[in-house]
Write a protein that binds this ligand. Structure first.
Ligand SMILES: Nc1ncnc2c1ncn2[C@@H]1O[C@H](COP(=O)(O)OP(=O)(O)OP(=O)(O)O)[C@@H](O)[C@H]1O
Length: 277
């Protein structure tokens, strides 16, 4: 299916396509140490929808999220967030466009409490780059701190983590640490949220809880891209599914239909068959 068809299609539960997409990836290519981690990938993400990004190990999903959040350079191609050219901006400036993300491996700061970790997520969104004000106007800083704390507490509350606000991350289970990471991203009150395997290491109940949270965020208008190996979860909650394989986009469309496409089945199963042979 082409992107033009994707935009015209009445995706299940999706909001109408807007004139300026929340995100456009145009022919993105990334070479990493001689490997074509991405090779001409294009995709379009519309406001307020929940997109799945699937693909077997090494297909380029994390590389794509890293490029969108400006943590690595494209070799060629372009990425636009709300029409703004990401490649001309620093990661900080990209966050200012309303982007927040979680990482494949937990990246909490172990010496800080759960609440303080969540406050880091809100910090940049509230303080922006007004460093001079922070030094010269302590009363301004105190006011902003209260805002940061309130946002962090609201985000922790959404994930039922307020009882753990004073704990250090290392005292928490891996699944709970992942939830703190999601809270940190939510504390930024993002418009576009990238989630790299947010349920890895979680039990079934925790996965269901995260699935419900992402659906709630979707109903609140947060545009999301979810990288996830659990295809059932993708089918259950995503409006649209993109599938990568070996750095190429191999499928795009309604999740329940996409996972049955022969090239998707081959990408997931063929690899296992070839390895077993
Ligand atoms: N720093 C790096 N140097 C060289 N090659 C890399 C580097 N990081 C990733 N790659 C390669 O780029 C390709 C895409 O990797 P990427 O991590 O984006 O895949 P993925 O779909 O996220 O995989 P997974 O599901 O296992 O997380 C793989 O072939 C990987 O080995």
């Amino acid at each position: 299916m082409t992107d033009a068809m994707t935009q015209a299609a009445p995706d299940a539960g999706g909001a109408p396509a807007t004139a300026v997409p929340a995100l456009e990836v145009r022919e993105a290519a990334v070479n990493l140490g001689g490997v074509k981690a991405l090779d001409g990938v294009s995709l379009t993400v519309h406001d307020g929808r929940l997109y799945g990004l699937a693909g077997p190990n090494g297909s380029g999903k994390s590389t794509l999220l890293a490029a969108i959040s400006r943590l690595l350079d494209l070799t060629s191609g372009n990425i636009l967030i709300g029409g703004a050219d990401v490649m001309r901006r620093s990661p900080f400036q990209v966050a200012q466009l309303g982007l927040a993300r979680t990482f494949q491996t937990v990246r909490l700061m172990p010496q800080f409490s759960v609440l303080e970790n969540a406050m880091f997520g809100a910090d940049q969104a509230v303080f922006g780059s007004s460093f001079v004000k922070q030094w010269l106007m302590p009363w301004w800083t105190r006011g902003r701190e209260a805002q940061v704390r309130a946002r962090a507490e609201a985000a922790l509350d959404r994930l039922h983590l307020m009882d753990l606000r004073d704990e250090l991350p290392l005292n928490l289970s891996y699944g709970t640490q992942r939830k703190v990471e999601i809270a940190r991203a939510l504390a930024a009150e993002p418009h576009l949220l990238l989630l790299d395997e947010p349920t890895a290491g979680m039990n079934r109940a925790e996965r269901d809880e995260i699935g419900e949270l992402l659906l709630r965020l979707r109903h609140e208008g947060v545009t999301q891209i979810l990288v996830e190996h659990d295809l059932k979860m993708m089918v259950d909650i995503c409006d649209h599914l993109y599938v990568l394989d070996s750095g190429h986009r191999i499928a795009s469309g309604r999740p329940a239909e996409v996972i049955r496409e022969p090239q998707v089945v081959e990408a997931y199963l063929g690899r296992g068959r070839r390895a077993a042979a």
